[in-house]
Design a protein around this ligand. Structure first.
Ligand SMILES: [Zn+2]
Length: 270
């Protein structure tokens, strides 16, 4: 009985020491200056009424505006992926704290509800469109797409059919990349040079293929920040789903992205 008590005491001391160590390490990490790098935020839709399906992908406008207010308070300025790529080549300067806003899938409310917010605040953004969904009930039409691009929103490809590229044969994957780009360009849109991998599915082979198909950059769903050493075909993004805990959750998600970069976990270097 006595030795059992002794064992329990030892375990308790061990656990307490471990907890102190973890708190110490956590505080050290939090007190360090922010790691350098550009956050790319991954959104889907911003609309007042949550959709029946994919509710978790909607950030209601009031929550979205609170997030934008916070970014502004923190000194962030929005840039496009094109700005980032041009700055990498030394062709333009970037603001002190750039941030990139991206929206996947090409929902109709990107045009009706998101665009007015962006224009009101003078913000840049990038939308990745699934080409075979253009004009369907929940998605933007060709006219809306051409108009939104004309008004300064950067448009990229989210492939033709939104299937995971890593799970199909190579010819089909190449078609998804090539045809989505060509169809948009044939339909009167400016050059398409960025891609968002459906379901975050990528591989080294796909990266090589994107270069051959004249894409300049692609975004993943892997968390982290981006700098000029990040592989431009495997850019990290910080996912922003429907918030359950308001702005606190948004801050935590940003912090997680910074932490992944600081610790070098799953970070893609070129
Ligand atoms: Zn998607």
């Amino acid at each position: 009985m006595k030795s059992l008590n002794k064992k329990m005491a030892l375990i308790a001391t061990g656990v307490a020491l471990l907890a102190v160590l973890l708190i110490f390490c956590g505080m050290q990490l939090l007190s360090m200056p922010d790691p350098k790098g550009i956050p790319i935020l991954e959104y889907h839709m911003v609309q007042a009424v949550d959709p029946d399906r994919a509710y978790e992908y909607n950030v209601p406008p009031d929550e979205f505006e609170a997030q934008l207010d916070y970014l502004e308070q923190e000194g962030y300025t929005t840039i496009s992926i094109r700005d980032f790529l041009r700055a990498k080549k030394g062709l333009q300067d970037l603001p002190d704290k750039p941030v990139i806003l991206t929206f996947d899938d090409g929902y109709k409310t990107n045009y009706t509800e998101l665009l007015p917010i962006l224009e009101k605040r003078g913000l840049k953004a990038t939308i990745f469109v699934v080409v075979n969904d253009i004009g369907k009930e929940r998605y933007m039409s060709w006219d809306q797409l051409r108009d939104i691009q004309h008004r300064g929103v950067e448009i990229g490809s989210h492939t033709a059919n939104h299937l995971p590229l890593g799970k199909m044969d190579k010819t089909q994957a190449r078609d998804e990349m090539r045809l989505s780009k060509l169809l948009m360009e044939w339909n009167g849109m400016d050059t398409i040079y960025t891609l968002s991998y459906p379901n975050g599915s990528y591989s080294n082979e796909l990266v090589a293929m994107l270069k051959e198909e004249e894409y300049l950059a692609a975004v993943t769903g892997d968390s982290g920040l981006n700098d000029f050493d990040t592989d431009p075909y495997l850019l990290h993004r910080i996912n922003i789903p429907h918030p359950m805990f308001g702005i606190t959750e948004f801050k935590w998600r940003l912090m997680k992205g910074k932490l992944m970069t600081r610790l070098g976990i799953f970070q893609h270097k070129s």
